[in-house]
Write a protein that binds this ligand. Structure first.
Ligand code: B3K
Ligand code: ZN
Length: 886
């Protein structure tokens, strides 16, 4: 890291290290805040009850965090402080020689109207809202803005009478009064919390209300606040919230604690949502939903995000993180919790497939490149850069492994212990594992390496069958590639779930004379390990890494007929899909490498035909997933040096071939599903999913009949899923230009007043895999409906293009790379967090053949010449540092 601190732009001290963690020198028992909202500025007065931390031996000086604040007054008790009594830097306020215990009074002025970074207090469509995680509170007032300082908050909001209908903060509302032409609303949160969970909202909003009775019989008021035009789009989120509250009581014994739970929908938001105590703030895209204007996928996302933020009330808020290195303590656990919730609400296998797809195509890539970091990082420059797929998704896999190692009963005992023991405290990942250890009596010291060691472990598995002794052995070799700063890797504890398939189905498993279930977990702990199965009467087909029991890459040389057997027979839906992915991958890699692929293709065609012919025999949602070819991003990750045009070409051609050869089956599947149930039941969604997958394939064929079919579906659809699938199919099929143009126009006309649907309209164009998309993107950026300050619009156009349009983003000219760099430089001036997030695709340069890699690096280098925010600087400099690459 020392090379980073050598930069002229960034001061030396900006790398924060886990090894330097010290307990806070002061504690803030009580935090009283008064916000006076005026049209051009806001005055924030704080009254902080501060004591020395008995656990700290250091310092007579009080050092508070603070950024972009105009100090107006400062006092300790009755004593006003003057400039000589304190010192201000761009990041801090230091008061010298403070007593053991005192009350600090401070007033600062801030300018929410000018806040384009969307961190701290800012304005979105005329409403005031906050985003404090991770370090945004310091832009609101001077404070100990660190998660291990937990305080009881009281908030008073004052505004001109009539200015806002809704004025909210955390906890319970104590009073709401009028005085001298001003409205004064007083809130109190009885639960101690760190400043990152503080929230305030003031706006003209309407509210959907409901109630929930907790398992102990308490009534909780539930509210979803939105702009009036969106009032009819909150019903689904409310139902999801109630389901989540019920699920957490049933599954984790966790009950809601306050008298009310509020959600507010905001248009301009840097991420999906935020779990502020009792007052969750949501990006409109993660809360609003209506069948006419929302796709099934978006409905499921709303359900998942509502649950995620709600679950944080325990995993994050009641028990929080000691420091930001422990971020995965709350995020990994909460993602695991929400993913199990979604699995229970919908198709378990499909949820698993979605999670694994994300992990393989994004997290594994991060873990193999210059930005790789452990689930618990050792150092950061800007913590906002560490809200990564590694912290979230790999972190969730680590919790899942623990749950599987312990078994459901013990896991529940361990989480009970964790929540009870650490309630109201700020703790570490180690504390969590310690609870797992205590309850199970297992030694998890080797398992802990999952938190500190970066990189994706590779398991090379070979097998042999000894007919004479009726023994079947699996030999597993594990290896984790080097990552930045970690060249030597240790062997991990990897739970490998397996089953063996014989001619009549799954075999009984006997290891070391002990009979196990037909599905068993092998604890892989050594670099090389052989497991011998006894009394095996036939050479079996191994079903490996069932349910994706560990976040690893498995290499096993399957024969084609073995894969077909697993696709058709495996009892684990995830494994059926995974075997299909392997078969498709084999066909595709032969095509990419220009090798003959006849036998493989014939096998693939035959298998797909069988599945399609008998499509009613399986979950339609799972079948829809099984028809999908592996994504280009994922295919690229399988190569040391991937060639983007070759990958795109192979995949497009195979898609076309499958469509042509299976068109009869696809068409009859499409027709059979035409009259399936409507509505939002899992079954109805699954049918739409499969039907639209069939349509997407049929549209690969240049035939007016299929284009007519899509046009018909587009104009007759009574739900957004079908309408949008038809639009997407037309826009993405090169031979449907004319129909696509017309459909795009109609769609815009129809939906121009629904911002979230307009975003889909942007996105479908930005992801079109053919033609001069870059040129069109430039036009979209000029479109009246585009707004460069709105993160959802940036995601719909720029992020969609860079992350979801592999073919055009990786155009051999490199123009798209340069375009992205320029956009990032511009966005960085206003919103560093967004800019830094948009950089991710360029940081993957290491995946590609030299022609592409060097063009991507060139784009990064052009950025590095500019004046950058700390956020963008950290990512650019780390991703350009070749020594970093493992
Ligand atoms: N905890 C927030 C993420 C905050 C990101 C800050 N840059 C949302 C979530 O994970 O639930
Ligand atoms: Zn979260």
């Amino acid at each position: 890291m020392s090379d980073l601190s050598a930069s002229p732009v960034i001061p030396v001290n900006t790398v924060t290290r886990l090894a330097d963690y010290r307990v806070p020198e002061f504690l803030i028992e009580k935090t009283h805040l008064t916000f006076e909202l005026y049209e051009e500025y806001t005055d924030v007065s704080s009254r902080l009850t501060i004591t020395r931390n008995p656990k700290s031996t250091k310092a007579d000086d009080l050092v508070l965090h603070g950024e972009q604040l105009e100090l107006r007054s400062l006092a300790i008790g009755e004593r006003t402080l003057h400039p000589g009594d304190y010192q201000i830097t761009p990041h801090s306020l230091t008061v010298r020689n403070v007593p053991e215990q005192f009350v600090l009074h401070c007033t600062v002025r801030i300018y929410p109207e000018k806040n384009t970074a969307l961190e701290g207090l800012y304005c979105s469509s005329g409403m005031y809202c906050t985003q404090c995680e991770a370090e945004g509170f310091r832009k609101i007032t001077y404070y100990l803005d660190r998660p291990d300082v937990m305080s009881e908050f009281e908030t008073v909001i004052i505004a001109r009478e009539g200015a806002f209908s809704t004025m909210l903060s955390n906890g319970n509302c104590l009073s709401d009064t009028m005085q001298d032409g001003k409205r004064i609303v007083h809130w109190h949160d009885p639960f101690k919390k760190p400043s990152y969970l503080f929230a305030l909202v003031a706006g003209n909003l309407v509210c959907l209300e409901d109630h929930f009775i907790t398992q102990s019989g308490r009534e909780v008021l539930l509210q979803i606040h939105t702009e009036a035009k969106d009032h009819d789009k909150c019903h689904f989120a409310m139902q999801s919230l109630k389901k989540a509250m019920h699920w957490d009581e049933q599954t984790y014994g966790r009950e809601y604690d306050l008298d009310r739970f509020m959600i507010v929908a905001v248009d301009d938001f840097n991420m999906g949502a935020m779990e502020n105590k009792g007052l969750n703030i949501f990006n409109t895209s993660c809360v609003l939903a209506h069948p006419a204007s929302t796709t099934d996928a978006a409905f499921q996302r709303v359900e998942g995000v509502i649950a995620h933020e709600y679950f944080h009330n325990w995993s994050g808020n009641r028990v929080t993180c000691r420091d930001w290195f422990q971020l995965s303590l709350k995020e990994g656990l909460t993602v695991y919790r929400d993913s199990e919730f979604s699995a229970d609400m919908n198709s378990r296998a499909v949820k698993r497939i979605e999670d694994v797809n994300l992990l393989r195509s994004v997290q594994f890539v991060e873990d193999a490149g210059p930005m790789a970091h452990p689930v618990r990082p050792d150092a950061y420059m800007e913590i906002s850069n560490f809200y990564t797929v590694t912290i979230y998704e790999k972190g969730a896999e680590v919790v899942r492994m623990l749950a599987n190692i312990l078994g459901s009963e013990r896991y529940r005992q361990a989480t009970d212990l964790y929540f009870d023991r650490f309630d109201g405290q700020a703790v570490t990942c180690d504390d969590f594992v310690q609870c797992m250890e205590e309850v199970s009596g297992r030694d998890l010291s080797q398992f802990r390496l999952w938190y500190s060691q970066a990189g994706t472990p590779q398991l090379h598995i070979s097998d042999s069958y000894d007919a004479d002794h009726q023994q079947y052995s699996l030999t597993v070799h594990q290896h984790t590639p080097a990552t930045p700063g970690q060249t030597e890797k240790k062997a991990l504890h990897i739970p490998l779930k397996v089953a063996l398939y014989g001619n009549q189905g799954a075999l009984a498993l006997i290891i070391d004379g002990q009979i196990r279930d037909a599905e068993t977990v092998l604890d892989i702990c050594q670099t090389q390990q052989t497991i011998v199965f006894e009394q095996v009467a036939e050479h079996p087909v191994p079903s490996l890494l069932r349910g994706f029991s560990a976040p690893v890459r498995v290499f096993y040389d399957y024969q084609l007929d073995q894969l077909q057997k697993l696709i058709l027979l495996d009892s684990d839906g995830f494994c059926r899909w995974d075997a299909m992915q392997s078969l498709m991958r084999i066909v595709l890699s032969k095509a990419i490498d220009n090798k003959g692929d006849h036998a493989e293709q014939a096998m693939l065609m035959d298998t797909l035909r069988r599945l399609l012919t008998d499509h009613t025999a399986m979950d339609a949602a799972l079948l829809a997933r099984m028809l999908e070819l592996p994504g280009e991003q994922y295919l690229a990750s399988l190569y040391d040096k991937a060639n983007p045009p070759a990958i795109n070409q192979a995949r497009t051609q195979l898609q076309h071939k499958l469509a042509t050869q299976l068109q009869t089956e696809l068409m009859s599947c499409y027709q059979a599903l035409q009259n399936s149930a409507s509505g939002l039941s899992a079954q109805a969604m699954a049918a739409r999913n499969l039907r639209n997958q069939a349509l997407m394939y049929l549209l690969q064929i240049d035939d007016t009949h299929y284009r007519d079919l899509a046009q018909q579906q587009f104009s007759q659809a009574d739900n957004m899923t079908d309408q949008f699938a038809a639009l997407r199919g037309l826009v993405h099929a090169e031979h449907a230009r004319i129909e696509a143009q017309a459909a795009l126009q109609v769609f815009y006309q129809q939906w121009q007043h629904e911002a979230l649907v307009v975003n889909m309209w942007f996105q479908v164009q930005a992801t079109r895999p053919w033609g001069n998309v870059l040129q069109e993107i430039q036009q979209l950026l000029q479109h009246a409906a585009f707004d460069a300050r709105n993160p959802n619009k940036l995601r719909a156009v720029i992020a969609a293009f860079a992350n979801q349009n592999f073919a055009r983003f990786h155009d051999s000219s490199g123009n798209a790379y340069q375009f992205l760099a320029e956009q990032i430089a511009d966005i960085d001036q206003r919103n560093p967090q967004m800019a830094s997030r948009l950089l991710t695709p360029l940081t993957h340069w290491h995946q590609f053949i030299d022609e592409h890699a060097s063009l991507m690096r060139k784009a990064l280098e052009s950025l590095s010449q500019r004046e950058l925010s700390k956020d963008v600087y950290e990512v650019v400099s780390k991703s350009l540092n070749e020594r970093n690459v493992g």
